[in-house]
Write a protein that binds this ligand. Structure first.
Ligand code: VGL
Ligand code: ZN
Length: 212
């Protein structure tokens, strides 16, 4: 992808302590040690220097959030339930508003905006654009306000929030490129199928920035 200054955005998805082994997170995803985070930080800084505008998403749940297994008596972590016809994976409590491990682990000064998601106790929000109830965040309007046409997307987790956010971005008309080496997934099989599904939706998957 040619980087046109002011037209290319970067969306750093959910680089937060609770998703990392580095910070001993409650929902730590494999391969998210300090070395991985350092690589994310370095590339984000490089893209900023190249003239991209940096945006982020932040999972930001209240303690009584519907996605926490602890809020469903008798249920265990990673069980899947139906709520009002929606499928809900029950996760360990994570990214609780105002806790240390909810912090974004990339220099916050780099970001034009960090969009919080999953604030409504009754709805999960894998996508940075909208929650499972269809309530939109400010992400699309913020990207449009900055005339963003092209988007690099990377972060955690490939098979959950990166996938949902990238597909919503493509559906909203952005030209999306995933940087695979800066993504980590919850499970190998769903990560592989997520990359396949994203490609089928017209999303470009690159190993890393140097290859672009
Ligand atoms: C995520 C599970 C629950 C993610 C967020 O950021 O991929 N995964 N909440
Ligand atoms: Zn979450």
């Amino acid at each position: 992808m040619v980087i046109e200054a002011g037209k290319t955005g970067v969306l750093v998805v959910d680089i937060q302590g609770d998703f990392t082994t580095w910070k001993d997170g409650s929902l730590a995803v494999d391969g998210t040690d300090s070395h991985f985070i350092e690589k994310v930080r370095k590339t984000t800084k490089t893209l900023d220097k190249k003239g991209c505008l940096i945006f982020g998403t932040q999972d930001w749940h209240p303690a009584d959030h519907v996605s926490f297994f602890t809020n469903h008596p008798g249920k265990q972590a990673f069980e899947v339930i139906e709520i009002d016809g929606r499928t809900q994976v029950l996760w360990p409590p994570h990214c609780i508003q105002g806790t240390e491990n909810a912090k974004v682990l990339v220099d916050n000064d780099l970001f034009m905006a960090i969009v919080k998601k999953g604030k409504d106790p009754g709805f999960d929000s894998y996508s940075g654009f909208q929650d499972d109830g269809g309530a939109e965040t400010e992400l699309d309007s913020v990207l449009k306000r900055n005339a963003i046409k092209n988007l690099f997307v990377y972060g955690i987790a490939t098979d959950v929030c990166v996938k949902a956010t990238a597909i919503d971005a493509a559906n909203a008309g952005y030209n999306v490129t995933i940087l695979e080496d800066l993504c980590r997934g919850v499970a190998p099989d769903t990560t592989e199928s997520a990359l396949k599904e994203m490609k089928e939706k017209g999303i470009t998957v690159l190993k890393e920035l140097e290859k672009s």
